[in-house]
Design a protein around this ligand. Structure first.
Ligand SMILES: *[C@@H]1O[C@H](CO)[C@@H](O)[C@H](O)[C@H]1NC(C)=O
Ligand SMILES: *[C@@H]1O[C@H](CO)[C@@H](O)[C@H](O)[C@H]1NC(C)=O
Ligand SMILES: *[C@@H]1O[C@H](CO)[C@@H](O)[C@H](O)[C@H]1NC(C)=O
Length: 237
């Protein structure tokens, strides 16, 4: 691995591919109170679904790989944890595409998932400060806090969906700590608010990271917020 200045602040050690899709333009003629029904109606049953119990704090037992077997990069994947007890029993907590904190300083939690044309990989926290469901310590005024190390996990995979009205790919290299590399603005040219936007990334193989790219070809979803402003710990996404 080459060494770089500010190495402790590297978000992601590999190059990433970023894809943007906009989907589901709802016809303007629909009355406002019909929109929600119309949107839900266009979202069909998943082509693959499975559920199982997953625990945090179990070492490699907190990792699970599922074969969806659809033989194509899925259109969409949803992974969520559903606690069986506590304040949020049977509420669904969606997984995300990257860790935003390291365990050294404080508690953290949630599921990370990625997928390719064959498998879905799911990571629950395995550090003792990590929890498969965690809403606590500074969220929502501590209403309905939850810290759970076991939950039902549901994986849903949609093979196909409507063609996007806009899509673009771009390579971002977070090893280069310059804003033109790690910030990228795309003109989607639709001139209306898109109904749905998906940004996903896949680690790119280079000579220097060949040995450390076990998720080559897997897709990780981007999210819309940083939860970790601490420059001394590792984070990503
Ligand atoms: C999987 O889902 C079914 C139907 O919702 C439920 O009855 C079953 O208990 C779940 N299994 C696990 C391991 O959570
Ligand atoms: C449920 O939430 C309340 C705060 O709203 C908290 O005081 C309590 O400890 C929580 N219960 C459990 C089991 O986590
Ligand atoms: C990565 O390593 C494997 C063997 O370890 C080799 O076959 C392959 O060509 C390498 N790929 C790149 C991009 O260096």
């Amino acid at each position: 691995m080459p060494s770089f200045a500010h190495e402790n602040r590297i978000l992601w050690l590999w190059q990433v591919v970023l894809t943007l899709l906009t989907l589901f333009r709802v016809p303007d003629v629909l009355a406002e109170n019909l929109l929600n029904g119309a949107r839900l109606g266009t979202f069909p049953k998943p082509d693959f679904r499975t559920n199982f119990t997953l625990q945090s704090n179990q070492g490699s037992g907190s990792f699970k790989e599922i074969r969806h077997g659809l033989n194509a990069d899925p259109f969409y994947v949803r992974v969520y944890a559903k606690p069986r007890n506590g304040n949020n029993t049977a509420f669904c907590f969606n997984g995300i595409g990257s860790s935003q904190s390291s365990p050294s300083r404080s508690s953290y939690g949630g599921l990370i998932f990625a997928y390719n044309s064959e498998f879905v990989r799911i990571w629950a926290p395995s550090d003792q400060n990590g929890h498969i469901v965690f809403v606590k310590d500074g969220w929502g005024g501590e209403v309905n806090t939850q810290e759970s190390n076991e939950a039902e996990v549901v994986v849903e995979v949609w093979k196909n969906g409507p063609a996007p009205t806009f899509q673009i790919e771009h390579v971002i290299d977070t090893r280069l700590d310059i804003s033109s590399q790690v910030y990228h603005q795309v003109d989607h040219e639709l001139r209306q608010l898109p109904e749905r936007v998906v940004v996903r990334l896949s680690p790119v193989v280079t000579d220097s990271n060949n040995e450390s790219n076990p998720n080559m070809g897997f897709w990780f979803h981007a999210i819309a917020s940083s939860q970790n402003p601490d420059p001394n710990s590792n984070f990503g996404g």
